[in-house]
Ligand binder design. Structure first.
Ligand code: 1PR
Length: 596
């Protein structure tokens, strides 16, 4: 079953994403294509064309206003870009040879992954030269995220690494020492130049960023800059010269406003120059995330469920799994309601092999067709050997989630085991799921989900783990507690605290922490402020506060009293007690920047 799940979704030798194989040559391979043949074919096609001296040949496709050429080299979730393009009524032609770039009517390059492997693929396949030639001819081009960074001279990411060299400047890492969390994840505001054109509908509204590296404005590149963004320092959020555009943010993940950027690129002549906007964005917004705990019920249907301190069964004679709705429908509704992200947690993933869970992969695929904000999926991400003895690495499991539409994956139990070992050995083996996945997809794509439970203490020195003084004493008047990490959906306590775990996983390469609290889960009495303050002060990556939201006021409280970057809730949204819009309005009135 598991193997079938894999082969059914791997690209065939004739599928559009054959370029994937070239990138995957540096990865444990998931794909069974003859990549040497493919590389040789690409190189042969391009060998005789010197850089900067390419001629544009007649396209083999009939010219069509509705075709977009997409350069996908297979390093991440390009499914969202595909979905957004299709949603706007366009067809996609995948680049398979450098000539496809030269023949493109319009080209979108959604760069994903790290700078060095991307340049490696572009150079080895001849795509780098084709891209330079295409852009120098002022052909319609839109680069996204890494697709912007690669246009610069070089990057310090695992480098220095030489880029395409079309724009003067070096891409460097954000500086976390000034108190700004890195990666820069979330919805931020732009300062747009006069003639930004494709950005015309953004105005004062937020767009979604997720990156650790950025290019800075300079005298040499100022003619390219169409917008900047402030995050610690002012960085380049988009460039434009003639028909060539590139954006550091993700239009395909920026809701309606992001779709307007794509639409204006694809249909440049169809819009009036500028539309008034009603936004009020000024800085990075605090995120409101809707979480869907998903599992099969006793009839085998995949349902959204919700626990009460992680117990998801009804308190009735039948003891059924609580059923709060269908995953794809609810996710779609939360997107329309204004959720800044949607998270799926496959809560029985720890005991089932997720790649055997075709419905869950299908949920992701279907959701990503209509939901244009980031999607996170967690549950069961670990190395796995199936009943036939076939081994799958956690990277392979994560890759399947990314291919199915996830933007980030979330690791629970496996992160606990990895952190325990790291704290004992102090050695980064490079083999943990966190390290493997962040190396390939970037640390911004790796969330660690922590499921801690309060352990009350009379004195803080009673344990070897970080203990804190509680704002409200425990049931027997205890003034202190430590937060014990659990695995397997809270079933097993482990010898590691949430504080120690958070610091260890940050060192191992996690890009974000989803901080649950079993004591507060489903209680509706508010977030565990003591815990969230402890962890969000201890790490420099973003922390998502989770568990216990029962009212809009609880979101204000967590953002005012802690350094959480986002707050997640499940029950109040599923039971329709407090709509997402009301939470956002409340936050806005309370002076907290949110995306409205
Ligand atoms: O260990 O890598 O397989 O990941 C399993 C994932 O599933 C973990 O992220 C873990 O948190 C989650 N999980 C496992 N069992 C449960 C359960 O409920 N029985 N759900 C579970 C955890 C917690 C939150 C919840 C918030 C907000 N759910 O995500 O949505 O507490 O709820 P509220 O607003 O209603 O209070 P692995």
């Amino acid at each position: 079953m598991a193997a079938a799940a894999f082969s059914s979704s791997a690209p065939s030798p004739t599928s559009p994403s054959r370029l994937t194989t070239v990138l995957s040559s540096s990865l444990p391979s998931l794909l069974s294509l003859s990549r040497d043949f493919h590389k040789a074919q690409l190189q042969a096609q391009f060998k005789s064309s010197p850089r900067r001296n390419l001629c544009v040949c007649a396209s083999s496709l009939p010219p069509s206003d509705s075709v977009v050429t997409l350069l996908d080299y297979g390093a991440g979730n390009v499914r969202s870009v595909r979905n957004a393009i299709r949603h706007l009524g366009f067809q996609i032609k995948d680049v398979q040879t450098p000539a496809d770039i030269l023949n493109a009517e319009r080209l979108i390059f959604p760069g994903v992954g790290a700078f060095a492997p991307a340049m490696d693929v572009l150079n080895k396949t001849g795509m780098a030269e084709a891209l330079c030639a295409y852009i120098e001819k002022d052909r319609p081009f839109l680069g996204i995220c890494l697709g912007l960074q690669l246009l610069f001279e070089s990057s310090t990411e695992n480098g220095p690494v030489t880029g395409l060299g079309l724009i003067p400047g070096v891409v460097g890492k954000f500086d976390a020492s000034n108190g700004f969390r890195v990666p820069h994840i979330g919805w931020d505001a732009l300062q747009t130049a006069e003639d930004s054109e494709i950005l015309d509908e953004i105005g004062n509204r937020h767009v979604y960023f997720v990156h650790s590296y950025r290019a800075l404005p300079s005298e040499e590149n100022k003619e390219w800059i169409s917008s900047t963004c402030n995050y610690g320092d002012t960085f380049i959020s988009s460039v434009r010269r003639g028909n060539v555009h590139a954006v550091q943010f993700h239009p395909e993940k920026s809701g309606d406003v992001g779709l307007s950027v794509l639409r204006r690129f694809l249909l440049p002549k169809s819009f009036p120059p500028k539309k008034p906007t009603d936004g009020r964005a000024s800085k990075l917004a605090k995120r409101v995330i809707a979480c869907l705990d998903v599992r099969a019920n006793d009839k085998g249907d995949l349902v959204v469920t919700k626990g009460d301190q992680y117990d998801v069964r009804e308190n009735t004679e039948e003891n059924e799994v609580r059923n709060l709705g269908k995953p794809v429908e609810l996710a779609g509704q939360y997107y329309l309601d204004g959720a800044d992200e949607v998270s799926f947690l496959n809560i029985t993933g720890f005991r089932d092999f997720p790649l055997g869970d075709l419905p869950m992969l299908q949920v992701l695929r279907n959701t990503s067709e209509n939901v244009f904000v980031p999607l996170t999926v967690g549950g069961g991400i670990r190395d796995f050997t199936d009943s036939t003895g076939k081994y799958y690495s956690s990277l392979e499991v994560a890759s399947e989630y990314f291919r199915s539409g996830a933007d980030k994956i979330s690791i629970g139990s496996d992160a606990v085991y990895a952190a325990e070992e790291y704290l004992i050995t102090k050695v980064k083996t490079g083999k943990t799921s966190i390290e493997q996945i962040s190396r390939v997809y970037g640390n911004q794509a790796v969330v660690v989900s922590i499921d801690p439970r309060r352990v009350y203490l009379s004195t803080p020195t009673d344990v070897e783990f970080k203990a804190i003084k509680l704002t409200s004493p425990g049931p027997n008047g205890e003034e202190y507690a430590w937060y014990q990490c659990t695995v397997s959906g809270g079933r097993e306590g482990r010898p590691i605290g949430a504080y120690e775990l958070a610091k260890a996983v940050e060192e191992l390469g996690a890009g974000e922490i989803l901080l649950n609290c079993i004591d507060c889960d489903g209680q509706g009495k508010g977030f565990d402020i003591d815990l969230i303050k402890l962890i969000s002060d201890a790490v420099s990556i973003p922390v998502i506060a989770s568990s216990g939201a029962g009212a809009a006021e609880h979101f204000s409280e967590v953002f005012k009293k802690t350094n959480a970057s986002a707050a997640l809730a499940a029950g109040i949204f599923h039971r329709k007690e407090v709509p997402i819009g009301s939470v956002k309005e409340h936050l806005w009135k309370d002076g907290i920047e949110v995306r409205i």
